[in-house]
Write a protein that binds this ligand. Structure first.
Ligand SMILES: Nc1ncnc2c1ncn2[C@@H]1O[C@H](COP(=O)(O)OP(=O)(O)OP(=O)(O)O)[C@@H](O)[C@H]1O
Length: 253
């Protein structure tokens, strides 16, 4: 195996998982143990939901897995690349190259058109746009007629679909979605979840979606349930009723 001094430039085995957490713990300043010895592998093409009650550690898990946060201990690999010991700049580059994000509040740039929002990650990375890929993405998210509009001129569902196209445009190893339907009405939420399902199924896109909602988590192929900073259950092909029952049982009601 060939190593350079720069971990982000190491060649990666083609079958490395999209995400691999190995005995990851995180304690915030003030002493809160938010992640407690979590190991988790997300295979390429997997659509994984992370669910659990408020304060169970979902956001901390996502931030650690996405190299936004440096955990106190343990190893995080993204697409086989070890994120330990990287400078802030190198972590930013690694996220830019390997990770896409979708947030509850869309986080589109208000002054940019939909088109410029979608292609922003490519401009930030200095990468040439793949015109055919962008056109297929825009078509898939149903925004072909809206490309020159500003985000404020779109509905919430359309803004979230633009954010999904933006997350996919650089063909990341993994897309993290943090409560992606939290600001949407039920019907629009269903449409956005369908889009995530199609993207996972048709494009083989790895997706990690954080949610507290069993009905949302049930759209994923696998759900992990967190409690007190640990993954306490892993459910394949989850249903909303099953996940809701598990949450109720955990809360001791
Ligand atoms: N920046 C921080 N500083 C100190 N403690 C924090 C910080 N962020 C989170 N915590 C604590 O870490 C624990 C896990 O929080 P986290 O936000 O990961 O949970 P969560 O499951 O995402 O919750 P929610 O669903 O409410 O967003 C909680 O006890 C929380 O209070």
């Amino acid at each position: 195996m060939f190593f350079t001094s720069d971990p982000t430039e190491r060649p990666v085995s083609p079958d490395a998982p999209a995400i691999a957490l190995d005995h990851v713990s995180h304690t915030y300043d003030g002493g809160v143990l938010a992640l407690d010895d979590v190991s988790l592998t997300v295979q390429r093409g997997e659509f994984l939901a992370v669910m659990g009650p408020s304060g169970s550690g979902k956001s901390t898990l996502m931030h650690s897995a996405a190299a936004l946060e440096v955990p106190t201990s343990g190893t995080v690999r993204i697409d086989g690349r070890d994120t330990r010991g990287l400078s802030e700049t190198k972590r930013t580059e690694l996220r830019r190259d390997l990770v896409g994000f979708v947030f509850q509040s869309y986080n589109l740039v208000p002054s940019l058109s939909v088109s410029d929002n979608i292609t922003l990650p490519l401009r930030l990375a200095g990468r040439a746009p793949d015109v055919a890929w962008i056109a297929s993405l825009v078509d898939r998210v149903g925004l072909s007629g809206r490309l020159e509009h500003r985000p404020a001129e779109l509905s919430g569902g359309q803004q979230q679909r633009a954010a999904i196209a933006r997350a996919l445009v650089a063909r990341p190893a993994v897309v993290f979605a943090d409560e992606p339907t939290g600001a949407l009405d039920l019907r629009t939420a269903q449409e956005v979840l369908e889009l995530f399902g199609e993207v996972a199924e048709d494009l083989g896109q790895t997706i990690v979606m954080v949610t507290h909602d069993p009905a949302v988590a049930a759209r994923a192929g696998t759900a992990v349930v967190m409690a007190d900073g640990r993954i306490v259950q892993t459910v394949q092909q989850p249903t909303a009723a099953d996940l809701a029952g598990r949450l109720v049982a955990m809360s001791g009601v």
